[in-house]
Design a protein around this ligand. Structure first.
Ligand SMILES: C[S@@+](CC[C@H](N)C(=O)[O-])C[C@H]1O[C@@H](n2cnc3c(N)ncnc32)[C@H](O)[C@@H]1O
Length: 415
């Protein structure tokens, strides 16, 4: 029986790597965007049904992979699951750079569950020698083909094996990005990760330096003692957390693509009444419990000790928070809010909420908006009282991949 991952199987993938397969793939690539029936009919004039289907599937995956891998996607190979689970290139590159900065030199890394190679390729490109394993033979074949395609084969070996067989003591660094999918879809429970959490912890305990990619929502109690936990957001969306062991503990938030990074300094922000500005910290800073540090950066205070909104009297420019200029603050009441928006002729609102149970879509309908103007409406608690803040967005909205606006200030690299 053929080994498959999504719509790709090992025999068909192996054929794609032959000269004839590569020609079929190149032709399929040129047909990207064409009507699928026309594309299949065109390829079928030269190739059999199996190769036609494999080439078209792979060309489609390359197209989808551009969002994560940029121009490299056009040379790489994927499976549907492998692409979905892979680390986006900018995040993998950031991690590889940090790993080299922490270790120095050209470390020998073992990747205990490499997938199609998102991380291992970035590590190899950064100068590491990487020995990788994965339990899935097709995924291993794809990772190998990717190392070859990107000219990294001399620094990479990939084998079919279980993570439990890896010997971290033979390497400088252990890397692991366990699968967070089960037969029933995504899992948020680390005990259901594959390889399982206890196996991963066992590997870490035998490694000098270890770097572990986990879900950003990993419960704090799973963070190993003396590990540094780093939350990473990309264009304003929290993508993942990385646990680093063997180099000191703490909490860190990093913004990509800018590369800004913030570490916990134990700042306890004061709490006080709304000022002229409100700031919403980036999700990575919130997950890393660095709201106090962000408040300090903008010279602000918290509106409520339990809620991640910061307020300040003076404007501040920071990549760490989206900023809003306050027009009015009201106790929460649908009637009062509707009247305030009508008076300002607001036909379009961006509604944000923290610490409020209000159903945003229902509220939007109930407000019966009309008028030419726009406003941001923040629903929150101020010293435990349900409140509404009417404000103007200070950062021109840019749209993330998943369609949410994100802070648009300069995200240039800091030293
Ligand atoms: C999240 S993916 C890795 C993605 C990779 N870091 C990348 O960027 O492409 C996890 C991989 O772990 C593999 N895996 C699951 N259980 C494993 C085990 N016990 N040993 C080794 N690999 C395993 C899966 O086949 C899957 O390819």
């Amino acid at each position: 029986m053929a080994l498959t991952s999504g719509d790709v199987d090992l025999d068909a993938f192996t054929e794609l790597l032959t000269p004839r397969g590569r020609r079929a793939l190149a032709e399929a690539g040129e047909l990207t965007g064409a009507d699928p029936v026309v594309a299949a009919t065109t390829l079928r004039k030269t190739y059999d049904a199996g190769l036609t289907s494999a080439a078209l599937t792979q060309a489609g995956l390359r197209q989808r992979a551009r969002a994560k891998f940029g121009a490299d996607a056009g040379r790489m190979f994927f499976t549907p699951h492998g692409l979905e689970q892979s680390t986006r290139a900018e995040v993998a590159e950031h991690r590889a750079r940090r790993l080299l900065a922490l270790h120095g030199g050209a470390p020998r890394v073992v990747d205990a569950c490499c997938g199609i190679g998102g991380d291992l390729l970035a590590l190899a490109r950064a100068g590491c020698t990487v020995s990788a394993v994965d339990t899935d033979p097709l995924t291993v074949a794809v990772a190998r083909a990717n190392a070859e395609a990107l000219g990294l084969a001399d620094r990479v070996t990939v084998s079919v094996a279980d993570a439990a067989e890896v010997r971290p003591e033979n390497y400088d660094v252990l890397f692991a990005d366990p699968a967070r999918r089960t037969g029933r879809g995504r899992t948020f429970d680390p005990m259901a990760y594959s390889p399982p959490w206890p196996v991963v912890l066992g590997l870490i305990s035998r490694a000098g330096l270890a770097c572990l990619k986990v879900a950003p929502g990993l419960p704090y109690e799973f963070i190993p003692e003396r590990a540094e936990a780093e939350w990473i957001s990309y264009k304003g969306e929290v993508k993942e957390a990385t646990l680093w062991t063997g180099q000191g503990g703490g909490r860190r938030a990093t913004l990509l693509p800018g590369g800004h990074t913030l570490t916990a300094a134990g700042v306890r922000a004061p709490v006080g009444p709304p000022g002229r500005y409100v700031y919403e910290p980036d999700g990575a800073a919130i997950r890393a419990h660095l709201v106090g540090e962000v408040a300090e950066l903008v010279g602000g205070r918290l509106l409520d000790p339990m809620i991640a909104y910061v307020t300040a009297d003076a404007p501040a420019t920071t990549p760490w928070a989206a900023g809003y200029e306050v027009e009015d603050v009201l106790p929460f009441s649908l009637k009062k809010l509707r009247a305030a928006l009508r008076e300002r002729q607001i036909g379009n609102v961006t509604i944000k909420k923290r610490g409020s149970a209000v159903d945003i879509e229902r509220l939007r309908t109930d407000l019966r908006l009309s008028g030419p103007n726009s406003l941001v409406v923040i629903l929150t608690r101020i010293l435990d009282k349900p409140s509404v803040i009417l404000c103007k967005d200070l950062s021109p909205a840019r749209i993330t991949e998943s369609g949410h606006p994100y802070d648009n200030r300069d995200l240039s690299i800091q030293p």
